[in-house]
Design a protein around this ligand. Structure first.
Ligand code: KG4
Ligand code: ZN
Length: 334
């Protein structure tokens, strides 16, 4: 039997659709919302409106480029959460109506599980059990992955996500939104040891990023008092030093988790896994500790529907469908 699924992602500020056929991703159409740039962060109300505007054109393009007729679809999948309630509503409502019209099953997907399952889109795929560190704008998690749909969060941030730390620092430095990729770009030309910031070592496998954010704020305030051009003159060194500290904080806990669980299959996922410094440092750590490291392709690091489609494929094989009375869950847990 051929299993073909249309998947929709609308949890934050990317509207995306993807078609998967027998476990193979056929496309991954993403419309990025530029409307938030001038506000320096995602404005939920504007995100919902932009999803309304982009969703049908994005789905249309995904269907046309897949060469598959909608009558051939086996199921429709959507992101149930976590995410922004208004944004999720747009995807859920469309998915329900479409599944109802075609009289096919509906599949709900957890966005954080999907980030991890982006590793099953292409080869090489991680072997079970593996540890995935999911690092995005809203989450920082260490997840023990026993099977495609059997996951346990073993470590988490107690305050900000690491992506937030990247974005908020970038904002303080006057970089455009979202700041993570800009901070990464400038960091590549700077000295990571130019300035030192505290590495939070919380108990167990917990992370914390609010302390470093505050220390950067005071560091900039004090230096700008002495020299109003401090940021312009030292931008690359500041970015490199902040990035170095954030990566050190992440790797400290990742190494601890790997040791505690005696696992050498290590993956990263989520928007921050696009960071060049993290990718490089992970490669070096892997060489030292004998890890097999898995890093998604750039297009599958940030939010996309291909990962939702991949998760939906595994759920379809287990007949994990949901009812037509399903509602989004903005705080959905793994
Ligand atoms: O997974 P994602 O697209 O959306 C969420 O679910 O949050 O992650 C977005 C986050 C933002 O904080 C963005 O600044 C960060 O990923 N990001 C990066 C890089 N590319 C994206 N952070 C650091 N370096 C990058 N190259
Ligand atoms: Zn995400």
């Amino acid at each position: 039997m051929k299993v073909t699924i249309l998947a929709i992602e609308s949890s934050c500020d990317e509207t995306s659709a993807s078609v998967i056929s027998n476990g193979k991703i056929l496309n991954n159409i993403v419309a990025t919302q530029s409307v938030h740039e001038k506000y320096g962060g995602v404005v939920p109300e504007l995100a919902s409106r932009a999803h309304q505007q982009h969703l049908i054109p994005v789905i249309h393009e995904a269907m046309i480029s897949s060469g598959i007729d909608k009558k051939e679809l086996s199921a429709v999948a959507f992101t149930k959460g976590p995410g922004l309630m208004g944004s999720l509503m747009v995807g859920v409502s469309f998915a329900k109506s479409f599944a109802f019209m075609l009289d096919i099953p509906l599949i709900e997907v957890n966005h954080m599980q999907a980030h991890i399952l982006s590793h099953f889109i292409d080869d090489p795929k991680p072997n079970f059990p593996f540890i995935c560190m999911t690092v995005s704008g809203g989450h920082t998690q260490l997840v023990l992955v026993r099977d495609h749909l059997d996951m346990e969060v073993i470590g988490e941030t107690t305050d900000d996500a690491v992506g937030e730390a990247f974005d908020k620092t970038a904002k303080l430095l006057g970089l455009p939104y979202p700041g993570g990729p800009f901070l990464d770009k400038y960091a590549q030309e700077g000295n990571p040891l130019a300035y030192s910031f505290p590495v939070a070592d919380m108990p167990g496998l917990k992370f914390s990023f609010s302390g470093i954010k505050t220390s950067i704020l005071y560091f900039l305030r004090d230096n700008l008092k002495k020299n109003p051009d401090f940021v312009e003159q030292n931008l690359a060194d500041i970015c490199a030093s902040v990035q170095y500290t954030l990566i050190k904080t992440l790797l400290l806990k990742l190494k601890k988790a790997a040791k505690e669980h005696n696992i050498k299959e290590i993956a990263i996922a989520g928007g921050v896994s696009a960071n060049s410094g993290l990718r490089k440092e992970l490669g070096l750590t892997a060489e030292k500790l004998g890890w097999n490291v898995y890093i998604p392709k750039l297009e599958y690091c940030t939010d996309n529907a291909a990962m939702i489609a991949m998760a939906a494929h595994y759920k379809f094989l287990k007949s994990e469908f949901c009812g037509m009375d399903v509602v989004p869950d903005a705080r959905m847990k793994i």
